[in-house]
Design a protein. Structure first.
Length: 249
């Protein structure tokens, strides 16, 4: 039998230059992404340690403040004096009524306070301007001085961030750090501390928070058209705002 002639080997197909450039670009992008992920992981580990330190510092600060107030009350009682607590710097305002028969100026003030819906709640710094605004809208809102537990529960359970006009849940400290890191607020405990103590960056921190959307109070309202001093729900209720928020949160 005649031997078969050997087959000629085909020359390898040339790879298009555009495909080579694409592969090179993808490899470069993958390397950059891996380096960025490693850097973020390292920064997150360092941030976690810093967050724990800050949380411990805040707990000590809150306990010391509470202990000082108790000691001052005891000393005043021993001296036969009356202890007067410092004027509150923070208010929590909750809207309790709708828009029926509402004056346009009142509606505008509620918009400025970011209380556009019933059961919306926001924090306010106490000053002359905010107190005058609250007097104008008092029949439509209830407000008082929140304690630390109320502030913490609201931010943890009902807290949403306003990022680029969107309502984003506070599920990660990175959201807070990206938006408020320039103000040295990098975690949710920093945010709670800044709000509760009405710190130097209270305005930025409060604006970062979306108005809280609360539920109807357990057991309902008593009389929304009456003032709290008359047995109703509207107006100033001082520390009793904390009881209401427990029923609405």
């Amino acid at each position: 039998m005649a031997s078969k002639a050997p087959r000629e080997r085909k020359a390898p197909r040339s790879v298009p230059e555009s495909l080579l450039k694409k592969r090179k670009r993808n490899e470069k992008l993958a390397k950059i992404a891996a380096e960025k992920a490693a850097a973020e992981e390292k920064a997150a580990t360092a941030n976690t340690a810093e967050i724990f330190k800050r949380a411990e510092k805040y707990v000590k600060e809150y306990r010391d403040t509470e202990r000082d107030a108790i000691n001052q009350k005891r000393q005043a009682k021993l001296d036969g004096d009356l202890y007067m607590a410092a004027e509150p710097k923070l208010l929590l305002v909750v809207r309790v009524r709708g828009i029926n028969r509402m004056h346009p100026n009142t509606r505008k003030i509620l918009q400025l306070l970011r209380l556009r819906q019933i059961q919306n709640a926001t924090f306010l710094r106490v000053n002359k301007a905010t107190l005058n605004m609250l007097k104008r809208v008092e029949p439509y809102v209830t407000y008082g001085t929140p304690n630390l537990k109320t502030v913490r529960d609201l931010i943890y359970k009902r807290g949403f961030a306003k990022v680029n006009g969107q309502r984003i849940p506070l599920s990660d400290n990175k959201i807070i750090a990206d938006k408020l890191g320039k103000h040295d607020i990098i975690c949710i405990e920093d945010l709670i501390h800044e709000i509760f103590t009405v710190g130097p960056h209270f305005k930025e921190a409060n604006k970062f928070l979306w108005p809280f959307k609360l539920s109807s109070p357990l057991g309902g309202y008593k009389a929304k058209r009456k003032n709290f001093a008359e047995g109703g729900d509207a107006g100033n209720r001082d520390e009793y705002i904390n009881t209401l928020i427990r029923r609405m949160n």
